[in-house]
Design a protein around this ligand. Sequence first.
Ligand SMILES: C[S@@+](CC[C@H](N)C(=O)[O-])C[C@H]1O[C@@H](n2cnc3c(N)ncnc32)[C@H](O)[C@@H]1O
Length: 273
Amino acid sequence: MSTIVISEHEFTALRDLIRERFGIYYDDTKQFLLQSRLQTRLLKCRVADFAGYHRFLTASPDREAEWSELASVLSNNETYFFRERAQLEVLVTDVLEESLRAGTPLRVWSSASSTGEEPYTIAMMLHQTHRVTASSVHLRATDLSPRALERAATGFYRELSFRATPPEMVQKYFRPFEGGFFVNDEIKHMVEFSRLNLMDEHAVATMGTFDAILCRNVLIYFEKSTQKRVVEAFAKVLRPGGFLFLGHAESIMRVTDCYEPVVTPKAIYYRRK
Ligand SMILES: C[S@@+](CC[C@H](N)C(=O)[O-])C[C@H]1O[C@@H](n2cnc3c(N)ncnc32)[C@H](O)[C@@H]1O
C-alpha cells in the first residue's frame, strides 16, 4: 500500500478544521505525523487524497460518524494509575476536608480521563480514607475519545497501567484475569463516565458545579488561546475556591487570571478566585 502524501495546503486546511473541532493543534513540525495518522481514514472513507478527506469531513452525510472516529485516532491516550500522585493526595486530604466541613458531597471531575486510570485512582484513594460513602462523592469522568471511554467502561487493565501502583492497591482493588486485572465493582461504580469535548462550552457549562476539576496532560496539545478558553469555562463550573489540577508540564500562569496558583513542595495546583 503506497503512502498518500499531504500537501502543505491540505495540511493547513485539515489542521485548522481539527483545531476548531477538538482544540488539538498540529504545528508545522507535525505535518507528517498528521499524514500518517490519517492514512487509514482516507481508505475507510474511500477518498483519493487529503483534499477529498477535508471535503468528507465538512460535507459528507456521514461526517459526524467520521469525526467520532477521528477523535479516537487523534488522541494520545497515554495514562496510568497513580500518575502525578502528589496532586491526588491534595484531593483526598484538603479538598475532601473542605467538603466534609461544609457538609456537602465531594464533586470531582476528571475532564480528560482517557482509559479511566485517573478517575479510578481517585476512587481508590477516596475509598482508602474510609471517610466517604457512595452518596457523599460524585465522581465524573469524561473524554473526547469513544475508544478510550469504551476501554474505561470494561475496567480491564494490563501491566503498563500499573507502573506506579503500590502492590497492596492492586491486591485490594483488582482481580487478576488472563494476563491483566479487572478493577473491582465497588470502585467501578463510584465513577460515572461520559463523552465530552472540552471545546463544547455548552456541554461544560451543563456539567454541574465542582469542588475540583482535573485537566491533566491535555492542555499541552492546545494553543494558548484554546487553553484560556477551556480553563475559563472550568472557572464557571468550579465553586469559588475550587481546585484545578493540571499536568506537571502545564501552566496557566500567563494564560488567565481566574485562578490563584498554589505551590507546595510536592504539588502545584490552582484555586478559583
Ligand atoms: C494523555 S491523556 C491524559 C490522561 C490523564 N488525564 C492523565 O493525565 O493521565 C490526554 C487525553 O485528552 C483527551 N482529549 C484531547 N482533546 C480533548 C478534548 N478536546 N476534549 C476532551 N478530551 C480531550 C484525549 O482523548 C486523551 O484521552
